[in-house]
Design a binder for this molecule. Sequence first.
Ligand code: PMP
Length: 802
Amino acid sequence: MKTLEQKKLTFSICRKISQIPPEVWNKLSDPAIFGFNRSFLQALEDSSLYEEDPYYLIFHTNGKDLAGLAVAYTLTMDFSHFDRDHPESVYKVLNQWYPGIMQIKVLECGFLTALGKGFHRSGGEPHTFMTNLTRALEELALDNGADIILVRDVPESAAEQMREMKKRGFLPLRGYPLAVLDLHWGSFEEYYDTLKPGRRKEFRKKLRKLDTYGMEVRLLTRWDHYIPQLLEQWNEVESRSDYHHEKLTAPYFARLQDTPGTDSFILGLFEKEKLLGFSLIHETPEELFCSYVGLDYEYSQSRNSYFILNLKILEEGFRRGKERINLGITSYDFKQLMGCRLIPQTYYVKSWRDPETTRGIQKYLEDSIPRTITSHSSFKEVAYPGTDLEKEASSPSPEPSRPDPFERLYSFSRSHILKFLNLYTFFPEFESAQTPEVFYKGRRILMMGSNSYRGLAARKEVRDAAREAISRYGTGCSGSPLLNGTLDIHQKLAGALAEYTGKEDALLYSTGYQANLGALSTLAKPGVVVLMDERCHASLIDGVLLSRARLIRYKHTDMASLEKKLREHRGSSLLIVTDSLFSMEGTTVPLKKLVSLKEEYHARLMIDESHAIGVIGPRGAGLAAREGLSERIDVLMGTFSKSLAAQGGFIASDNSLIATLKHESRGHIFSASLAPPLIGAVSKALEIIGREEEQRLILIQNTAYMADSLASLGYEVTRSEGAIIPLYCRDELLTFALYRKLFDRGVFVNPVVSPAVPKGSELLRITLMATHTRQEIDKALQVFREVKTDNFPQNEKEKNER
Ligand code: PMP
């Protein structure tokens, strides 16, 4: 016997129904609450369907007065069944990499193979009972190593009681509603008469199949002979449904018929001696409850087996004088055709493995429960309405939404499933500089996800330059460049960047993001049409949004698509914006064609060279410089956070445009100028890049070598002109799983998912630095070789089949 501190409530645990004292059972087993009698539960227990014996929790106040009863059991759920976002092959790979990763142990308060609330309070204070029930479930979860606690089938009327659970971090979700038909009518015939004529005709036509095929429905109280067929037909239904909760077994069917008093029977649809389908039904004084249906799908369509079986349950309900028939969960559309109403059920869930991920689990489970949005009216009079399914579908979530501006933020759950599965990857904390090898929790990791392409962020000369700048100018400028914040070194760097990019002048911003935001919000204005590549960097999009100009996207690097849009908007004030080398895919824009289109259509053109600078073209001056097109491009943009080894950004253009930006660009004026050490570092990095051309060539060669080697291992990679190798996983979960696998083996690369890339284009972004050695690259390749599984990377044939 366990004593809980809370208000002297105690609970004892029975693992067998036979251990529950009869007086307790008699007092607490109202079929209206649990829906099941002792014999049924006994049969269930004896059929070994439970992975382990269930827990019957009996609560007493002060050690003597009965306070309530609860039933809980553990089951292992395959999480992948709830998730339709990923193909089967992804789960295969995940299971190979991390055996058992999708097997989730659930402590469930409820019944197996049955529906109904899993707890009942018989007296005393609700608050105390619920608090203690919650604690008891948590204790059981702890003892059993459960990952999730799920309280199932709580009727809406019990919502108030559930407050205590919510306080302990349980969250409600809309569960499967129960489809119930109240038998308002005196007989089946009366029911039939109230149906709309069209519906009646349809029903009659379906029922006529009984005669056409010489079928009949038989009521079975013994079914030894049919057990293999019952199982087979149930499995057919189960495998097609969304609900993969229970695996019925032969002993289950055997025990149900052999245990006296289970009040269960089967309606079987027969064609001669062949069983075509069945309904397993449990009887209580008030209702017939159909827990399982099995169908032989070969015949079900032509014979209307499902329809016939359900109508026969209804007939049987009338014959036995029941108040209602309960057709359980799923196939709501059909059940509503019969006139069923849906009784909402709420589940409460808590992630026990990591309570902070509860919201994600809640959402995951809720999303796995399909919502029916059709609405049928079956009766002539609205006095017998089926529940309006549309209303049910659109009814608010169990938790009414409060007008809280932060609601969305507190509901953020996107990362929860990954955290729950231990695949969360973001914000790893490194303990060293961006060098080919970095430290993570004291471990050496090959860094293949840095944008310090030229490897200068850790170079001594660059560090020294930053230090020297601090010695002379201090750590910060403490003001806007327009006022006190401009130093001679800012001006010198701007001049060097203008010369480097082949433009007349340049302007510095605190980050690359801010450069795009600050420039575009000034360059474009309402009335301007901005044509932008669909994969452009977020900062470019945000800049246009801030400008309130009209934003139109064209297909990625597709000049025909661009021209189409230009033609459509000919005569407007046009600005074309694109990255030169795309950050995630590593693709480059066909610049010559782009420039000629810009000129033909009298548009302006802005190019973001963030990933090209330091990597592409002579002296790494970017794609525009390599193509000799700098002068014909109106605005060039670059960042200091990649090859230039520090932080900040710049815009390069002609004198007049820069002069206007200097005075009007809010991102420039209303933000303090870049700190001296950054200017020192960038100036030095620029100087080094300008003189060390061979390092750039090594980087290009190494990138090509690595991309080709990965391709020969079977990975889907594309060659880039820059230092970026996209390795396509084409699935979010797979991307994170591969990331994790590589990281665990000492290789860091970047997982890239939506919105950085479109869904279906998820990838690992591998980037090299000029300072990586062949030896390091080979070491990483060896890891890529080792983590290959039978299912990933897919071979060409399988890929084409997807
Ligand atoms: N443009 C592009 C194409 C980028 O990839 C990035 C950075 N990822 C930026 C702009 C923003 O640069 P920063 O990191 O310096 O803010």
